[in-house]
Design a protein around this ligand. Sequence first.
Ligand code: CIZ
Ligand code: SF4
Length: 319
Amino acid sequence: KEEELQLKNEIKSLLVKNNGVLVAHYYTAGVLQDLAEETGGCVADSLEMARFGTEHPASTLVVAGVKFMGETSKILNNEKRVLMPDLNATCSLDEGCPADMFSDYCDQHPEHTVVVYANTSAKVKARSDWVVTSGIALPIIEHLAKKGEKILWGPDKHLGRYVQQLTGADMIFWPGSCVVHEEFRSVALERLKKLHPDAAVLVHPESPEQVVQQADVVGSTTALIKAVQNMDRQEFIVATDAGIFNKMRQVAPGKTLIEAPTMGEGATCQSCARCPWMGMNSLQNLAEVLRTGQNEILVSPELAEKARVPIKRMLDFAA
Ligand code: CIZ
Ligand code: SF4
């Protein structure tokens, strides 16, 4: 605790010294989320993180999250310095969608509009027509489907299938998935629902189909937080990274939050639904990058310019 306080104070003064602001994702450790808010930064989903960085005057953005989030910040703010606590914090969706293979797949389907999830590398974004996050995937695909466009979707197959089912869009899919959401188990969830018949079930659409089908609310992290805050229920079963409970407790302190079951159910697993890469962010390595200026995210201006086009398209659509 003593060490934690010292580190927090050091980070606060280093942020000021570096003209920096801390932006943290909902899936990072609670202590980082709280520190981001305390220091005038933000805690957000990937879309809001990107927006916040463009609107904030700080010259250094410190991104506590995973690599694609730092890259997106750099793409949108090429003149700013973007630092991340650990450059090895990646994402199974990003890793499972190498730019050269994805580009070949796109080349094989030239008549398709390429829509990629934000959880991808700068190169994959540069090869795409649209970037979407889970919060805005549905209206954008609806919009494209209305215009009669065929869609090549990547890389999250579960989110893709969910959007396809709701919109009826003509879509083909890159076969990626999130290692965290993939673990939620539908049969165990049915049992848990029986034990808590009054609980509302909140599910992130990166989850498997039979889990999504049992949801009262399917949505992005932001949408699930709003549901806890606004729904007239006392209990919630939540199928997304458990890091989100920090914000949920803050906005709805009296409510009961229950983790949806994963493969590790019943085991001595305290962190089954915790993204291992989000977990690489800590006070220690955050302080270290601020001290040294190491772990800067670099995206060449040419690549950033190409990748910015489909991201801006999403941001303009959202506005
Ligand atoms: O699962 C993720 O990495 C999410 C939900 C990212 C985001 O859009 O905030
Ligand atoms: Fe990627 Fe899943 Fe981790 Fe999000 S929770 S960063 S989608 S592996």
